[in-house]
Ligand binder design. Structure first.
Ligand SMILES: NC(=O)c1ccc[n+]([C@@H]2O[C@H](COP(=O)([O-])OP(=O)(O)OC[C@H]3O[C@@H](n4cnc5c(N)ncnc54)[C@H](OP(=O)(O)O)[C@@H]3O)[C@@H](O)[C@H]2O)c1
Length: 311
């Protein structure tokens, strides 16, 4: 039973093979570009598969994303939509995303960009920022596996924390806002906005001039969801006008971020190269083995993508 793996390149294969030999020994684990008969492939574990390739596997039964998002698969118009598509859903990923979000929120709170820029210029730039976390309202858009943990960790740091999602949530220490009708109220009380939404038609361009204007003056933005959630010209206008204090961005419309992008050199933006939360291989292999075991037992695999919701 062949499982094709396309994540981390051929150099990652020995580790995937050894981990999957431990968690799912019945699988014959091969690299995406290995010369195997296409009709023998049952499972695919992928990150950014080339459009058209999944459709060439006639007996494929299940596709697993090696990451939390599935947009890198569903953007292929030929991907086999009748098959179960599952996303990565591990505790380790949630912890790492929580750490990244706290890093972003604290970096905005303490103006880390200014500190690093001054150091590069050899400048002793003593300055004091006005607020501590206790007097700062953090708001997480997207209260799923990652957003919930991020909100809990922000709350433990002392931020007055809220979350916004499609459905109402009950998370200790985190105020819940739900649905489009509660978005304006959520934004109006948010000093540090964290974007952790999936990429769907409803979330694309959500952070634009109109929604940025709803944030209080001096607000900052951390985007670790997907690039298209933020209209970059509107973000830059908000930063340049002084309405926004700064942004930390991990995800972009085009990745790697093109050399000519104004984002690279903007004095108020910190760029990280989509590193917020790629979970440990061991935990991802364990999750994949659980997914396949559930599928083979006729159960609903954890992290199943819902094409109607779009995530
Ligand atoms: N930068 C990185 O390294 C990295 C790593 C992993 C993932 N990500 C990104 O993070 C995203 C979130 O991951 P996850 O595992 O937390 O996803 P998830 O469990 O599917 O959660 C998605 C959350 O977004 C909410 N949501 C979706 N559409 C919405 C809308 N139109 N309005 C309001 N709320 C909406 C959902 O609300 P309900 O709960 O009410 O359904 C849910 O709370 C991924 O899709 C991916 O794009 C980035």
């Amino acid at each position: 039973m062949i499982l094709l793996v396309k994540t981390g390149g051929p150099e990652a294969m020995p580790e995937w093979q050894s981990l999957l030999a431990e968690f799912a020994p019945h699988l014959d684990v091969r690299h995406w570009d290995d010369p195997v008969p296409p009709e023998d492939v049952r499972y695919a574990f992928v990150w950014q598969p080339e459009p058209g390739r999944l459709a060439q596997l006639p007996n494929l039964r299940l596709i697993s994303s090696s990451a939390a998002g599935v947009d890198h698969i569903t953007s292929d118009p030929t991907y086999p939509k009748h098959l179960p598509l599952v996303r990565m859903l591990t505790d380790d990923q949630a912890q790492r995303m929580g750490e990244y979000v706290c890093l972003g929120a604290l970096s905005l709170l303490r103006d880390m960009k200014r500190i690093v820029t001054s150091q590069a210029a050899g400048k002793w730039d003593g300055f004091v920022t006005e607020r501590s976390a206790l007097h700062t309202r953090a708001g997480v858009m997207g209260m799923g596996n990652l957003g919930t943990r991020a909100a809990q960790m922000l709350s433990r740091l002392g931020f007055q924390t809220a979350g916004w999602s499609t459905s109402r949530k009950s998370v200790d220490g985190v105020e819940s806002f739900a649905g489009p009708e509660e978005m304006a109220g959520f934004l109006a009380r948010t000093d540090i906005l964290v974007c952790l939404l999936p990429d769907t038609p409803a979330t694309r361009g959500l952070i634009c001039a109109e929604t940025i204007a709803l944030l209080p003056k001096g607000a900052g933005i951390v985007n670790a969801g997907r690039g298209p959630q933020i209209l970059i010209p509107d973000l830059i206008a908000g930063l340049d006008s002084g309405h926004l204090c700064g942004a930390m961005l991990d995800v972009f419309d085009t990745e790697p971020l093109p050399a000519e992008s104004p984002i690279w050199t903007h004095p108020k933006i910190i760029v990280t190269p989509h590193i917020a939360s790629f979970g440990a291989k061991r935990e991802r292999a364990r999750h994949l083995a659980n997914v396949i075991a559930a599928f083979e037992a006729g159960e609903t695999p954890p992290g199943l993508y819902d094409p109607v919701r779009g995530y």
